[in-house]
Design a protein around this ligand. Structure first.
Ligand SMILES: [Zn+2]
Ligand SMILES: [Zn+2]
Length: 338
């Protein structure tokens, strides 16, 4: 079967690999139809993804069709269209018992720690599948990436009328914008890229999309009528931006780090204390996030049209992939058809 392997940084190879065979108990065999390309994939491609081993089959944002099921599978049937929750958890650790398998102590993410979906067929545990008969495969391939934003918004427990700032509006930040709006928050954004700011205004109804500057704090106060945001989400994955985001949080407010980077984040202790600030991280998503997003897509509450900006096939993906690193190409989400 057709398989795309990332052999080493900057080097994809199209190869033929054996089909995975019949699924075991609790498993499903899937035909991979669409694959979303993510920042993680792009970082792996350039060799900047931490703890990443080569060679690896990428692909964790999957829209799939069930081809066969093993014994004791009742979640899905042959022919079902599904989104895949690509987080393989142990089921035994404390986070797993708490239902927080997104941060399982032994978590393995498909396409990152183990081989993913850039191949024609794949076997996964059936309990990681989320069915929709109504959605297109490329919409199903968006569910995982949106799940990150939905989960972050859930972590923050937003309420109607909250004033929310999202710093960094790549695909993850955009997901946060979308779900914060659904939660009834007033959302503004900061992003260094003018194209992304324009798209937030035009397609996501964000009134105030600001460029980062030395005056950002004063601008926020002005836009919000003398206040600071009650919740700040940082989805930049950039240490300087993350440290700056700290200062945008109102007293009694909260800061949610959705993105991360490899170094240390520092903040002045008195500023933290004066605010009585809550600081949270948000990692991956849980099954309930996938289900909620599928429902909202089916109901039309989420418009997927602004999301997919680039498409490729197995035959031209190797040539097209490198350009998706550049925000100047206007890429929100590139989707590969297997
Ligand atoms: Zn992703
Ligand atoms: Zn676990």
């Amino acid at each position: 079967m057709k398989t795309l392997i990332l052999e080493e940084p900057e080097k994809f190879k199209r190869v033929d690999t054996p089909e995975p065979g019949l699924p075991g108990p609790g498993q499903a065999l899937l035909r991979v139809q669409r694959i979303g390309v993510c920042g993680t994939d792009l970082h792996a491609f350039v060799g900047r993804q931490p703890f990443f081993e080569y060679p690896r089959i990428l692909g964790h944002e999957l829209g799939v069709e069930v081809v066969a099921v093993g014994d004791r599978v009742d979640q899905v049937q042959v022919g079902d269209r599904c989104a895949v929750e690509p987080y393989l958890n142990c089921g035994a650790c404390r986070p797993c018992h708490l239902g927080r398998n997104n941060c399982c102590e032994h978590l393995q993410v498909m396409g990152v720690h183990v081989d993913g979906g850039m191949r024609e067929q794949i076997v996964v545990p059936a309990n990681k599948l989320h069915v929709s008969q109504a959605l297109e495969f490329e919409q199903l391939a968006l569910v995982e990436t949106m799940g990150i934003g939905a989960h972050a918004v859930d972590r923050a427990q937003l309420t109607k009328g909250d004033k929310v700032l999202v710093v960094g509006v790549g695909p993850i930040g955009l997901g946060v914008v979308q779900f914060a709006q659904i939660a009834g928050a007033e959302v503004l954004v900061i992003d260094a890229d003018a194209g992304r700011r324009d798209s937030c205004r035009a397609q996501f109804g964000v009134e105030h999309a600001l460029a980062p500057s030395v005056d950002s704090l004063a601008e926020l106060v002005e836009v919000l009528g003398g206040e600071l945001p009650s919740t700040v989400f940082d989805a930049t994955g950039n240490a300087n931006a993350m440290m700056q985001s700290f200062f945008y949080v109102a007293n009694a407010g909260q800061l949610v780090y959705v993105g991360f980077q490899l170094g240390e984040i520092a903040f002045p202790n008195p500023e933290f204390h004066r605010r009585e600030m809550t600081m949270l991280s948000s990692r991956n998503a849980i099954g309930a996030d996938f289900k909620r997003i599928i429902d909202w897509m089916e109901e039309g509450k989420i418009d997927t049209r602004p999301w997919i900006t680039h498409r490729a096939t197995f035959d031209d993906v190797v040539e097209r992939f490198p350009a998706w690193r550049e925000p100047s190409t206007g890429v929100v989400k590139a989707v590969l058809a297997m």
